[in-house]
Design a protein around this ligand. Sequence first.
Ligand SMILES: Nc1nc(=O)c2c([nH]1)NC[C@@H]1CN(c3ccc(C(=O)N[C@@H](CCC(=O)O)C(=O)O)cc3)C=[N+]21
Length: 278
Amino acid sequence: MSAILMDGKALSAKVRGKILEETHRLEQTGVRPGLAVILVGEDPASQVYVRNKEKACVECGFYSEKYVLPAETTQDELLGLVDELNHNERIHGILCQLPLPKQISEEAVIAAIDPKKDVDAFHPSNVGRIMIGDYDFLPCTPAGVMELLDEYGIDPKGKRCVVIGRSNIVGKPMSMLLLHRHGTVTICHSRTENLAEICREADILVAAVGRANFVTPDMVKPGAAVIDVGMNRVDGKLCGDVDPAVAEVAGYMTPVPGGVGPMTITMLMKNTLKAAQK
Ligand SMILES: Nc1nc(=O)c2c([nH]1)NC[C@@H]1CN(c3ccc(C(=O)N[C@@H](CCC(=O)O)C(=O)O)cc3)C=[N+]21
């Protein structure tokens, strides 16, 4: 058996095409969606992501601004820029690329972004709204996973869903979105006992651990949908959290690259469009 690959690149192209149409419609009212991306320091992986985000802005017809600040930037300087962007009328979405250098508190920066421009959905008020199911913005990576599941006709309703990883940006919101769709959700993490056994029960298994090839074939139920959120660099090569041999057991699987990554950026575009429409 060989898993069906869930093509995030193809679905992204389709969704971005629809967003471009919406952009043209919005432009008739004199509004062009605008996204500001802030990058502090020069982590090479972050530079790739930021470049992909700029490309996506072009594909969607957005206005975009990029701010590359030196690694020594102070928290006050960054907060000053955020405040300026909060008041900039051309900018509807603000994304400050994480992680930030250690002299800057990520929490302070996230809290400073106007929730209406928080297209990452990381601000505490947006996180709270996701918990209660009353949200404007969905967190990009989990939202991208849900669109991939929908595209391939995989319905979480009543199914065993296992999320490995409990981060604020992926694991926790991912669990919440699966729960909203009536999945039976288990969150696993580094202290979980009998991890392989729990994973083997999953109809939908989401790996967001940040460790290369962490999910092995013995951890997967035959026919399961396995979603790989990992972006690990091993000897310069990009590799996910799921061992490629899992494709022999799973029914569906997302590739890395070309799976969740492009969808994450596409959901960022969707949120920016939404912010501009409001
Ligand atoms: N405030 C903030 N928001 C984020 O959304 C955010 C962040 N910080 N920090 C870093 C992570 C990571 N992330 C990725 C987005 C796209 C790809 C992506 O396009 N991946 C390509 C391959 C890229 C490559 O070749 O390296 C793919 O999977 O096909 C990857 C990773 C967004 N993040």
